[in-house]
Design a protein around this ligand. Structure first.
Ligand code: HEM
Length: 175
């Protein structure tokens, strides 16, 4: 009798290995698009207004950034420096930085009037669950400044660009 009870207790307590916990909790595995290397995101309506500011009305701005090639290098370098930056790297872990490099390039290219459309999300939506603080924003700006310096963007032009981005801080900083 004792052994029957013991067996029943053990059966009850033994972990069930055949349960699909992802299914139980509704967790879906996200798979990168084989062409773009990006993860899928919730559907939204793309609009240049999502870029968060009006573009410069000055063709010289884009040339100071080295056109598309320079803008792309600066956007990608900003993301890479931020991923390596111990002050803010945690915010980028488990985020789609393939997508971020592309959308940041598009946003910069659009704002610099270099002939791009911005296909990303608006700044409030994109940063809503990141818990970004003012100090994090300052760190990211330093990384962007370094990336612009490396591409020899003149200091006054760097500051004009940063002034364009500055009002977005109210949408990005959430705590
Ligand atoms: C004015 C400053 C900023 C601008 C212009 C900006 C721009 C952008 C853009 C264009 C996106 C992509 C939106 C999309 O995926 O559709 C994005 C996403 C993101 N940003 Fe920012 N950002 C700013 C500040 C920051 C700061 C301070 C941090 C962290 C220190 C940050 C971290 C991220 C991360 C991790 C994502 C990816 C979110 C995700 O995929 O879920 N951003 N940002």
């Amino acid at each position: 009798m004792f052994s029957i009870i013991l067996t029943l207790v053990m059966l009850q307590e033994s972990p069930a290995s055949n349960i699909d916990w992802d299914k139980e909790f509704g967790v879906e595995e996200k798979v990168r698009d084989p062409l773009t290397g990006e993860f899928p995101i919730e559907p939204f309506a793309p609009d240049n207004a999502n870029a968060g500011a009006e573009p410069f009305d000055n063709a010289k701005m884009a040339s100071y950034f080295g056109g598309h090639e320079g803008i792309r290098k600066i956007a990608e370098r900003t993301v890479e420096l931020s991923e390596q930056d111990p002050r803010i790297s945690a915010i980028f872990v488990a985020r789609d930085t393939v997508r971020l490099k592309r959308t940041l390039f598009e946003q910069f290219c659009y704002l610099l009037d270099a002939g791009c459309d911005y296909s990303g999300r608006d700044m409030i939506t994109a940063h809503a669950d990141l818990g970004v603080k003012m100090a994090d924003l300052n760190a990211l700006v330093e990384n962007l400044q370094k990336a612009m310096r490396e591409e020899r963007v003149p200091f006054a032009v760097q500051n004009r660009f940063l002034a364009k981005l500055a009002p977005m801080s109210k949408d990005v900083v959430t705590r």
